[in-house]
Design a protein around this ligand. Structure first.
Ligand code: B16
Ligand code: MG
Length: 217
């Protein structure tokens, strides 16, 4: 049976993609080019520096490493300003209820996020107490699709991979879950998340019964 649930943050528990977008767009404007919402799709689940590289390629710019560090820091300062104003009203539909269900059914929970800012977001939305382990971007050396973040989460929970289910909204995250030997539920559209074991629109469509059904397959 399934013993643990591992959650991605952005796009699964909260919609911070809109704040990442505002900050990246502001940076692109300063650099003199446009960065669209469609361009922003490519940044989902991707680390901060890899996101900057994608943004710069959209603008056709090649910059020195020290300049890139400075730009990433500037973007992050704006982003932190936006997320510092978040509260529980920004938790995505069904997320809190499902985390409570996990608790009531004795399932362990871990966060597996690429974001170095994950702890502030959990704190501001009141989600911190729902997690037995928190793995964020400061604790891993390889980004998704590398399975490191989920393997570390499972090992901190003391649960084997085959008894874990990962919840992800990004293709790279689903690949990471599969490479970790875990079952995976995609949150979003089957068009992009086809590699997941199941795809649902939100955590509101997930139940503990569904998890145990997955485990039997
Ligand atoms: P930061 P997730 C990811 O979060 C975001 O989807 C991605 O857009 C962002 O670049 C990345 O975190 C790093 O975030 O700049 O705050 O360290 O989906 O893995 O929860
Ligand atoms: Mg995500």
């Amino acid at each position: 049976p399934i013993q643990a649930c591992l959650f991605d943050l952005d796009g699964v528990l909260v919609d911070t993609a809109k704040y990442h977008y505002l900050a990246w767009k502001r940076l692109a404007e300063e650099l003199g080019f446009e960065f669209t919402e469609q361009d922003n799709e490519k940044l989902k689940g991707v680390s901060r520096m890899a996101s900057l590289d994608i943004l710069l390629s959209v603008g056709g710019l090649q910059l020195e490493d020290n300049v890139k560090q400075e730009l990433a820091e500037r973007k992050n300062n704006w982003y932190v300003e936006y997320i510092s104003r978040m509260d529980a009203s920004e938790i995505l539909p069904g997320a809190l209820e499902f985390l409570q269900q996990c608790r009531e059914n004795g399932l362990k929970t871990a966060l597996g996020s690429a974001s170095k800012n994950a702890p502030i977001i959990l704190q501001n939305t009141g989600l911190t107490p729902y997690f037995d382990a928190i793995i964020d971007g400061t604790r891993t050396s390889s980004a998704k699709p590398d399975p490191e973040v989920f393997l570390l989460g499972a090992s901190e929970l003391g649960v084997p991979s085959e008894a874990c289910v990962v919840f992800e909204d990004a293709e790279a995250g689903i690949e990471a879950a599969r490479r970790a030997g875990m079952r995976c539920i995609g949150i979003g559209s089957p068009d992009t998340l086809g590699e997941a074991n199941r795809v649902v629109a939100s955590l509101g469509d997930v139940s503990v019964a569904l998890l145990q059904q997955l485990a039997a397959e």
